[in-house]
Design a protein around this ligand. Structure first.
Ligand code: UD1
Length: 338
């Protein structure tokens, strides 16, 4: 029995592949490498001693997925495949709707044809919008996404809800990620953004290594302890282990659940910068800039549901996240490029 990871060569997918293999699962990765690199497969093998099966396919194309399901006994799927760049999604929304919805619809149709009844979906804390008080709880109203990326996450949550309601025996876990950072402690896999990073940690590591001049802090006038935005940063290895627990849950329980994967702690931009400088003994030049449109004051998770249903909680610290992010960046200054 195997677990299919769509988009499994990406940042979160590759770490999840490692943790699944460590937990004894057979892993099949389907990825079109649109935002990832084939070397990831070698690196997963190097870390675990086991090579995941790899299909370079577009998950939106059902004929290609049929081959994967014909050649493997897929017990469940973890669906990572999708575009994730927020600013790009506001500029080219159709690209996001087309890709993120098509990959999901094709996967779900093929799963049903093959009687594969358990799916875990990569959702996001972005579904909570900007109206809910922190900590965000899974039973709070969702909606109000300010960009097409966030809208696709909401739409896919709705699609899964309808599919589970209509089908006997189908189960789904929608994992609402907070802010995944860090990297595998081996330094062999990590986040490799294409071009200028949008997210905080890759920008910090690229500044530390000298690729970027300085970090611009997007606003120091938020309603937080030091004026900078507060987020729930979670180590990607903890996040990956949450997926192992979630796919087990989905294969053993019927129905649908939305579950937060975060630490439950809020850290500001300054907290992250200072933790990074301290953990790694490096200096991050900074400048204060304007607020980034769409950013909210605070975003952190209620983690009770993950503890209760998945028997999972995050274990690694902000210091671990900073050390492992830097270790990855230093060992791979150009990401997976030579
Ligand atoms: C962003 C997305 C969110 C997506 C998530 C995926 C936006 C508005 N939100 O979340 O929809 O699910 O990435 O990982 O894009 N910051 C700086 N300087 C920088 C970069 C970031 O000060 O160069 C600050 C931000 O203002 C924010 C914090 O760092 O307060 C974290 O930013 P980021 O890593 O982009 O994550 P989110 O905004 O939480």
């Amino acid at each position: 029995m195997s677990i299919l990871l769509t988009g499994g060569a990406g940042f979160i997918g590759s770490h999840t592949a490692v943790e699944l293999i460590n937990a004894g699962y057979d892993v099949v990765i389907a990825d079109n490498l649109s935002n990832s690199n084939k070397k990831v497969i070698d690196r997963i093998e190097k870390i675990t001693g086991k090579r995941p099966k790899f299909y370079e396919i577009d998950v939106a194309i059902k004929e290609e997925l049929y081959k994967v399901f014909d050649e493997n006994n897929i017990e469940g799927a973890i669906h990572f495949a999708g575009f994730k760049c927020v600013p790009e999604s506001t500029k080219i929304p159709l690209k996001y709707y087309r890709n993120n919805l098509d990959t999901t619809l094709s996967l779900l149709e093929v799963m049903k044809e093959y009687n594969c009844n358990a799916i875990v979906f990569s959702s996001s804390a972005t579904v909570y919008g900007d109206k809910n008080p922190v900590p965000f709880k899974e039973d709070m109203p969702v909606g109000g996404a300010t960009n097409a990326y966030g809208s696709t996450k909401l739409m896919i949550e709705n699609i899964l809800t309808d599919v589970v309601k209509a089908s006997d025996g189908f189960s789904a876990v929608m994992l609402r990620y907070f802010n995944p950072i860090g990297a595998h402690p081996s330094g062999l896999i990590g986040e490799a953004p294409d071009g200028i990073p949008n997210n905080l940690m890759p920008y910090v590591t690229q500044t530390a290594i000298g690729v970027r001049d300085h970090l611009i802090i997007y606003g120091e006038d938020y309603n937080t302890h030091d004026g900078t935005g507060v987020r729930d940063y979670i180590h990607v290895v903890d996040l990956a282990r949450g997926h192992v627990a979630a796919i087990k849950y989905a294969t053993e329980h019927l129905g649908i659940e939305a579950i937060n994967l975060g630490t439950g702690n809020g850290n500001s931009v300054w907290d992250v910068v200072h933790a990074f400088e301290k953990a790694n003994n490096v200096k991050i030049p900074t400048a204060i800039g304007n607020r980034r449109p769409g950013d909210i004051d605070e975003c952190y998770a209620s983690v009770d549901k993950a503890a209760k249903l998945l028997n999972w909680h995050a274990e690694l610290t902000l210091e671990d996240m900073c050390k492992d992010s830097w270790n990855w960046q230093r060992n791979n200054p150009k990401g997976y490029e030579d």
